[in-house]
Design a protein. Structure first.
Lengths: 345, 345
DNA sequence: ATCACAACTGGGAGCGCTCCCACGCTCCTG
DNA sequence: CAGGAGCGTGGGAGCGCTCCCAGTTGTGAT
């Protein structure tokens, strides 16, 4: 036997039912008002809105999720390493963008830090079981299967960066090639003629792009890129330090270095100091990321800025669009980068 | 009339009902197994577990939340300014700690960046309407009513830092007084005798604590703190720069400065360079936070490290405890700080 | 063998919402 | 003036779970 209708929900908060009673309408009508359906007369709508205000009614998320079969939540998945290495501005910039874009929707942001491959696997299962309506993926590596797994499960996904030139999964990237070109053109424009580079891991597409930009800029200026001017790093400071020493040993006459990350530029700067070369007089230095560190290096580091907050916003918009239209246009966005000139070059 | 039971849930995923059917038991029994109730025989439990594995069953969050009247989610609320100013290591450190502590629970982390006072108000309402089981609050200011609002609504809350010495809301803080003492003792131990400090805003409890530590350390060493050795800052680089210039003008003979944040130490360092004073020979410098910037300053900055990740973990544990036991012991934890010695002192 | 009691188990009821069907009404059309 | 065609509306059914109350079975004491 059905229990008598109570005056409030289990926890004392009003339910749809009470709002309906107070407004003198049916449950369905209140639901329609809340969800912005046009099939409600103005009179009724006003009355319902009044009742909602009077009661301080707020829809119950779980009930709504259960009935409507959606969660009104999206997940932002970040490898834990990101929060250390590129903490500023990469991760927090993305986060601000995502959060800003979500601010006037009713959608929750679920943050998932992934430490291990095992957690990565577990995440796919979790995501599938109706925890989220879509997933934002940050810093995906070249061989990462997660984006495809999620996409195959029919879950909307948007990621930052690409795994390759023909990335099938919707994504938002910044113009790494163009940014590197800007940097190298700048160095050439300052009269430097033996411009070296320190690259990231060859298996990361982003690193290849920055190398491509470096080479293209040189060719555009009528110079053939020299192999011995390319140092290999892995985006860490230590690798930048080592690569810089090798470069100088190989080409003592180099007069500029474009580093594919600020952290590597910091390592390179240390190496140059050890070798008694001044920056920017002997060697001009440019980094990539425009991190907080760049601003505070001695001398302040010229760097390529990625529009992190813009990328966060763009990803989120793309994901929300995919969620609502069922993934018809699979966006691929590339946002412009910008050179921030400081005294290291 | 009830519809015939279907073979799977609406979205093709198995439901409790199917697991029960496959294991040849009732719905209630499967629920008991999933929730770890002891009132299930081993035979049955094994059979159910097998069925769960066979079907790849994962409980439906929303359904569970609705039926059990809990959300299995907690919110981490961060003022947006935090993600800029103290991005590293403060925010990401806390985040890693929280995330680590949550890793082997089934609890989701909801991240809420708060930009404006209006959003702050809105959050209270959201939190109340069964979106979360508890709230983690970061960087609360002295006059912030949000912690009390949430606590008054009966929502478990734990925050980092305190608003005052007798903070009523459960919290996890680091030993700011002790950290400042460490720093000053260290400076005195290196033979410095005219130790100045640059403080944070007087209305922030954390700033007062660091000032107290500075003064106590001096007194413990038998010296009376001098008013003209105290510079006022607001945790920003610019304020550190200005305060440093004033201090030197007031007391040209000072030989050490303890800054209540790394950012202010960076500003101070710049001022000292402009004034032609070397670090550490003329003036020894110590910061607070041990940010990434400290490591890369020239010279590398001695700084007080807060156990950010540990604080994140501690907060989370405290919150989970409060959620499960209904808030009986209202924890107040103070974690130790540590001095990281580098060449600036 | 009988009874009390514990240990398990099944399934009804219900969480608060959305979806959708059916039911008045009003207003045209022919 | 009958027959649609819409509009706006009410409310039943059901989302997948947990809770809890009745069984049902098994055990040991009498």
């Amino acid at each position: 036997m059905a229990m008598a209708r109570r005056g409030t929900g289990r926890d004392g908060r009003p339910t749809l039912e009470q709002v309906a009673a107070r407004a003198g309408v049916g449950r369905g009508t209140v639901s329609r008002v809340i969800n912005g359906s046009p099939r409600v007369s103005d009179r009724t709508r006003t009355a319902v809105e009044q009742a909602i205000a009077d009661l301080g009614y707020v829809p119950h998320r779980a009930a709504r999720a259960l009935a409507a079969n959606r969660s009104d939540a999206i997940a932002l998945v970040v490898p834990e390493a990101e929060t250390r290495l590129f903490a500023e501005p990469f991760f927090s910039g993305i986060l601000r963008g995502v959060s800003a874009e979500l601010a006037d929707t009713d959608i929750q942001l679920l943050l998932t830090l992934i430490r291990t491959p095992k957690e990565r696997t577990r995440f796919a299962q979790y995501a599938a079981s109706h925890r989220v309506d879509g997933v934002l993926l940050v810093s995906v590596h070249g061989d990462d299967p997660l984006p495809d797994q999620l996409a195959d499960m029919g879950l909307p996904v948007v990621m930052t960066g690409r795994r390759s030139a023909d990335e099938p999964v919707p994504h938002v990237d910044c113009d790494n090639v163009g940014g590197a070109q800007l940097a190298v053109e700048h160095l050439l424009g300052r009269g430097r003629s033996r411009v070296a580079t320190i690259t990231g891991p060859a298996d990361m597409y982003v690193a290849r792009c920055r190398l491509d930009g470096y080479q293209e800029a040189l060719r555009a200026a009528g110079r053939e890129p020299a192999v011995e001017l390319v140092g290999r790093g892995d985006f860490t400071e230590e690798s930048g330090h080592a690569a810089m020493r090798e470069l100088v040993a190989r080409r003592p006459d180099l007069d500029a270095v474009f580093c594919a990350s600020d952290l590597m530029a910091i390592g390179a700067r240390r190496a140059l100091r050890e070798l008694g070369r001044s920056v920017p007089d002997d060697v001009a230095l440019v980094g990539f990321d425009d991190s907080a560190l760049a601003r505070h290096l001695d001398p302040p580091l010229t760097s390529v800025r990625q529009p992190m907050e813009g990328m966060g916003r763009a990803m989120t918009r793309a994901l929300l669009a995919e969620i609502s239209d069922g993934g018809t246009d699979r966006p691929r966005l590339v946002l412009p980068t910008e050179l921030v000139r400081r005294s290291s070059s």
